[in-house]
Design a protein around this ligand. Structure first.
Ligand code: ZN
Ligand code: ZN
Length: 435
């Protein structure tokens, strides 16, 4: 009996010893691991408190390499023609692992989103417009001129459809938007890189089905007709490196879309709010809600029907006010006709697409971002052109002479950068004194 007790006691002591040794060995093993393993290990308080947590489920612009076979898509506008803080209107950026970047539409408010991504404007020189509603190109002038001011040294290239008459086409719109902004463009000429203020416009037949509108550097972009308010609404497919992206613009459900979007990886199509929300929240009378929400555009149920025919790796719905009290009816409408992968897009969502995976995350931006330096050298200012473009003598005669205080700025900058930039207004005032 006694010996049995002693034996059991010894066994218990031995067991405790074994556990203690195993535990301390485990701790030693943990400490010899990498910082990442320690941070994720869960029981090293100092590591958790002081080391970076690498697996953040968010995308911070310019913080990740784009793989050579990878496509990254960022929603820069997913809303409606009526401006709102949380959603700009239609705009998607596509970035490819070969360095190419493409904008699809530039709806109202999207210029701010584009700027927040801190991409040099030299690299944002291609935009494909689906149709000429302001919620698809309302930010175009701001992006065109703002990108020029921010250092774009190359022309902005624009693609868009024809209309049923010349004045309803993209070329007319681009010619006249430059006329509307004559004051702005003329006043900057000579001071900014000359090519950055130019547009290179490619209008194509809106009826073309899978017509190639762009083929460079291994990237092929095709257009196809969509059905919207007037003739001249199109969608686009982009194919590169075995990946296919589709952007539908605005449309009533179209057979052309189903054909064009076959075998695609990521497929973006508009989807409208439920008819009830058009009436109660958007304050549309019921007949207009039905017409706009289902006949000019695509209802949630019809969106689902389209995606059931296309069967993409990821279906993306956009173009509705995506709120806590609207999204569930959009989703339930879609789910009545489609059960595949789905993102109901909001601004600043990002999709990383490879052949193996589609990852969806939020983009986190710096609200105070500045435009980054361009990738090409900025040509010197054309001083003769800049000197010619100025207010008239009458307007200049109203100038207050502040050259005495500005001289210190010129001296400081000229010394710092080893320059001899003359002060234009000093020359003006000295000329006046001589008269
Ligand atoms: Zn539209
Ligand atoms: Zn629209």
């Amino acid at each position: 009996m006694k010996s049995n007790l002693i034996r059991r006691g010894t066994t218990l002591l031995g067991l405790i010893l074994v556990i203690a040794v195993a535990y301390s060995l485990g701790r030693l093993d943990e400490r010899s691991g990498s910082g990442v393993a320690q941070a994720q290990g869960g029981d090293d308080a100092v590591a958790r408190a002081t080391r970076a947590q690498p697996n953040r489920d968010a995308y911070f612009p310019n913080s990740e390499d784009l793989g050579p076979g990878e496509m990254r898509i960022i929603a820069c506008g997913t809303g409606m023609p009526s401006a709102r803080e949380s959603q700009a209107a239609s705009c998607f950026l596509v970035e490819l692992g070969n360095g190419d970047k493409f904008l699809f539409d530039g709806g109202t408010g999207s210029d701010v989103r584009i700027g927040s991504l801190e991409i040099p404007y030299d690299l944002l020189d291609k935009i494909f417009i689906s149709h000429l509603h302001t919620d698809h190109w309302g930010s175009f002038p701001a992006y065109f001129i703002g990108g020029w001011v921010a250092g774009r040294t190359v022309p902005l290239r624009v693609w868009g459809p024809s209309g049923s008459r010349p004045e309803l086409g993209t070329a007319y719109a681009m010619e006249h938007i430059q006329k509307v902004y004559s004051w702005d463009i003329e006043g900057r000429t000579g001071r900014l890189p000359p090519d950055g203020g130019k547009l290179e416009v490619h209008e194509f037949d809106f009826k073309g089905m899978n017509q190639v509108v762009y083929a460079e550097n291994g990237v092929t972009i095709r257009s196809f007709p969509q059905i919207h308010s007037l003739d001249g609404s199109v969608g686009y497919t982009l194919e590169w490196n075995g990946l296919k992206f589709v952007y539908g613009g605005d449309s009533y459900p179209a057979k052309t879309f189903v054909v064009a979007a076959q075998d695609a990886d990521l497929v973006i199509h508009e989807v409208m709010m439920a008819a009830e929300d058009w009436i109660t929240k958007y304050k549309f009378p019921p007949p207009r809600a039905l017409e706009v929400g289902t006949q000019i555009h695509t209802s949630p149920e019809a969106f689902g029907k389209i995606m059931s025919l296309v069967k993409p790796r990821m279906a993306v719905g956009f173009h509705f006010f995506n709120d806590f009290d609207t999204v569930s009816s959009v989703e339930s409408g879609i789910r009545s006709t489609y059960d595949g992968p789905l993102t109901l897009a909001d601004d600043y969502l990002v999709w990383n697409v490879t052949k193996d995976d589609i990852r969806v995350r939020e983009v986190v931006v710096n609200e105070n971002a500045w435009p980054p330096a361009g990738v090409f050298d900025i040509p010197p200012m054309d001083e003769s052109a800049a000197a010619d473009i100025r207010p008239s003598d009458w307007t200049q005669s109203q100038a207050l002479d502040v050259t005495d205080v500005d001289q210190a700025i010129y001296d400081r900058i000229n010394e710092k950068y080893n320059l001899k930039v003359p002060m234009r207004m000093k020359q003006y005032f000295e000329g006046q004194k001589k008269q």
